[in-house]
Design a protein around this ligand. Structure first.
Ligand code: AP5
Ligand code: MG
Length: 192
């Protein structure tokens, strides 16, 4: 299996590039943000509990995330692999993910780190805000999301660097240019 983590701050293009990756490599896309927004839309108890964290730009409790995510990994064991988008977001999540994948005998292959300046993130998210309808796409909440990313998620770069899996991707180009860099890395990994 090919298991990819697409890593980066809010608005770096994780969701956008995941779409390109799943089309070309036929992976199962697991975006914890998308899954949570779906739960909110459906009015489920999990969604209701998660909403207040998301609207404030804070991380939803780990236990909620694990339940939602591992339910989906266990249902897709015949897939060609997974792309994890927006997960893991802290040390506990990274360690539990490694444990789960070890049980499934299919470790993380690559961590693609989309590197984009903070100024560009604001620009991209505020532009998206005009159409997204996402309650967390306001200037104030974006600031909070970036702060939470810097404090809790960014330290994972070291975790994956130590595992020899971290691949920085220059994320400032066009969507097509960034995807070309990603393809080069995945094809290199696959020996193509
Ligand atoms: P989540 O949904 O993961 O949001 P995020 O990390 O803040 O990132 P975004 O989805 O906003 O951005 P993206 O990187 O996907 O960029 P996109 O492709 O859309 O999480 C939301 C919330 O859910 C969290 O705050 C938290 O509360 C909760 N949550 C989620 N996962 C969790 C977890 N594991 N644990 C705890 N809580 C969790 O691109 C952005 C825009 O830019 C788009 O309009 C796009 O078209 C455009 N764009 C993309 N690439 C380019 C480019 N190269 N050039 C120009 N524009 C571009
Ligand atoms: Mg996203």
């Amino acid at each position: 299996m090919l298991n990819v983590i697409i890593f980066g701050a809010p608005g770096t293009g994780k969701g956008t590039q995941s779409q390109n990756i799943i089309e070309k490599y036929q992976l199962v896309h697991l975006s914890t943000g998308d899954i949570l927004r779906e739960e909110i839309k459906n009015g489920s108890p999990v969604g209701l509990a998660a909403k207040k964290y998301i609207d404030d730009g804070l991380l939803v409790p780990d236990s909620v995330i694990f339940d939602l995510l591992f339910d989906r990994t266990s249902k897709n064991t015949n897939s060609k692999g997974f792309i994890f988008d927006g997960f893991p977001r802290n040390n506990v999540q990274a360690e539990i993910l490694d444990e789960k994948l070890a049980e499934m005998q299919t470790p993380i292959s690559l961590v693609l780190y989309l590197d984009v300046t903070e100024e560009e993130l604001f620009k991209r998210i505020l532009l998206r805000a005009q159409i997204s309808g996402r309650a967390d796409d306001t200037a104030e909440v974006i600031k909070k999301r970036i702060e939470v990313y810097t404090q809790q998620t960014q330290p994972l770069l070291d975790y994956y660097r130590q595992q020899g899996k971290l691949i920085p991707i220059a994320g400032m180009g066009t969507i097509e240019e960034v995807f070309a860099l990603i393809e080069k890395e995945i094809d290199g990994y696959l020996g193509k």
